[in-house]
Design a protein around this ligand. Sequence first.
Ligand code: DAH
Length: 344
Amino acid sequence: MKDQLEALKSEALASVQEASDLKTLQDLRVKYLGKKGPITEVLRGMGKLSPEERPVIGQLANDIRNAIQAAIEDKQRKLEEEAIQKRLASETIDVTLPGRVMPKANIHPLTAIVEEIEDLFIGMGFSVEEGPEVETDYYNFEALNLPKDHPARDMQDSFYITEDLLLRTQTSPVQARSMEKHRGQGPVKIICPGKVYRRDNDDATHSHQFMQIEGLYVDKNVRLSDLKGVLTVFAKKMFGEDRDIRFRPSFFPFTEPSVEMDISCFRCKGDGCSLCKHTGWIEILGSGMVHPNVLEMSGFDPKVYTGFAFGMGPERIAMLKYGIDDIRHYYTNDRRFLSQFKQV
Ligand code: DAH
């Protein structure tokens, strides 16, 4: 009996040792330690043994059962550990592999140029204002000295929504709105970037929607020389210190006198080329001294206050600065175009 048990023990321990997976181990547990296993059988048959043999065999059978149990548990831990190691090995990540590069967006060239212009004027004490894109006829035209039926309204073909509401054709209405907010007290020193709309057929230089940046400075003793000084600083910072600047007489209903500002062509340096249409000069913006009627309509006393105003198109400015040949590039959002402006 004793020998039989010892043989069973060696056989069981050897099988456990050899087991190479958890399933086999589980089968061995059932085989040797299960209810129908040999050890349970021995213990069950104890009654047939002599009283002297009983404790010896009982003790031995228990010891063997514990030994097999311990061996199985030990092996189970080892197999589980091995399985984890194997999984870890198969799942390792090669951190030296190059990652997938996520395409990074960049600031739209138009936004970048508007921010650049804003920064220049903020540096000269202007603050940034905004106004509505759906505007009343009053602010878009009348408050700017363009009464109904004024022929200059023809300069700006408009999208009317109702008799009295339209998509603003210019950012100039923000002049009137800002002055009204100040209730006749200067200074008013603002710029206003924003979208404007005109009934134009889209082509390389026209778009039914484009941007403008409006500027207004109203205070006591603001003169044409202030206008020239501020806009000259702007033009030189924007297009280079060695640019020549000139002001030409012009007409806008809301300014008197009105001027347009040209810079010397930065491509041919004034000699004449296709960019400047062989004139040596490039037109940059419109401006002038705020018309007394405009001051008065928005609550400022034109005998006390004077001011200058200007308006420019950031699309055109960026087109000139970066040699962009078609205004539609800004709106079609072709990434081949947009990605060229990463460091703007
Ligand atoms: N609003 C004008 C336009 O769309 C541009 C402009 C010209 C604005 C002269 C001004 C200005 O404030 O003084 O053509």
